[in-house]
Design a protein around this ligand. Sequence first.
Ligand SMILES: *Cc1c(COP(=O)(O)O)cnc(C)c1O
Length: 371
Amino acid sequence: MDKQTTIDQLKPYQQGMQTHEVKAKFNLDRIVKLASNENPYGCSPAVKDAVLSAVNDLEIYPDGYAAALRTAIAEKIGVKEEQLVFGSGSDDLIGLICRTYLEPGTNTVMAKPTFGQYKQNALVEGAEIREIPLTNGYHDLDRMKMAIDHHTKIVWLCSPNNPSGTVIDKQALYVFINSVPDNIIIVLDEAYYEFMNDGDKPHLEERLDRYRNVIVMRTFSKAYGLAGLRIGYAICHASNSKKLNAVRPAFNTSSVAQKAALAAFKDSAFLEKTVTRNNVVKASFEQFLDGLGWQYEKSQTNFMLVHTPVSGDNVFDFLIKKGFIVRSGEVLGCPNTVRITLGRQEDMLQLQACLQQFDQQLKKERMTSDN
Ligand SMILES: *Cc1c(COP(=O)(O)O)cnc(C)c1O
């Protein structure tokens, strides 16, 4: 298929409803947005000063190399500065990776369901998409391996996976990487890295001398709470960062985003607090769902994929009228689920009351129809 035909068939990213739209449509005072895995606790207070200081130099181009941020991250995670590539969010990096390694006649392997931007960007480059269904909610590495052939250029691994929240076992991951020919790029998207249990983190950044074909992606959008500023980074062997930096637009991260990210990165106390609060909320929401008898995927993120007794759209419709925006799994390729970002405890308690009410109504309706 030629490029224009492919692009004509693509749909722009379908974002969740915006808060002001929902407010107006349902005549609500307050909305709790639990649809995009944003940080309900905001961001580090140090970010505000950093942003204000950046305001004095807005007429100046940013440092295209992001030197200050680069030094801080490289030092902290123990890689060479040249091994980092910055992007306007990991979304930008996904596009960059596709543009660098894919072309018509190549193919790329990914899970299904997983983060939608891998497929979208790969299609733009004219690559064939090979989607391997999750097995019991987890990446099926054996089947992904079998899908690889001489034309495969990229394998996408999302861990924790969006929308399931599940993590790839690190031993299985090492075995997989060792078994894949080293001319094939393996992307590990760690957008939720900070939320993972420490013992489950694969730390591929420490093995890039051996795993030259691995690209790890992280972002400031989720745990650091900077989704609105658009900044993320890739960690890889220098042979790949050299290519990606050559393809990258020179000024793809703004001066404001770089300064904010640096302030956020240095504030480990805020990050820790976010993760701790998230885990408390997660444990209590899991307990609630157990009580309700609804199944869910085991998440190491700030969201949960919850299996619902009816279509996810029905749950979405019920909740939105109450002021909660969640993501119906129907649009994410997971029928009969909703993906719920873990919000603040007080909001989650109200959400739980609504879910309880929904479940009771459902049981009542089913009883009446049985009689
Ligand atoms: C949110 C998300 C991203 C995109 O993050 P940005 O850095 O904001 O572009 C990438 N991958 C996954 C799996 C995500 O959930």
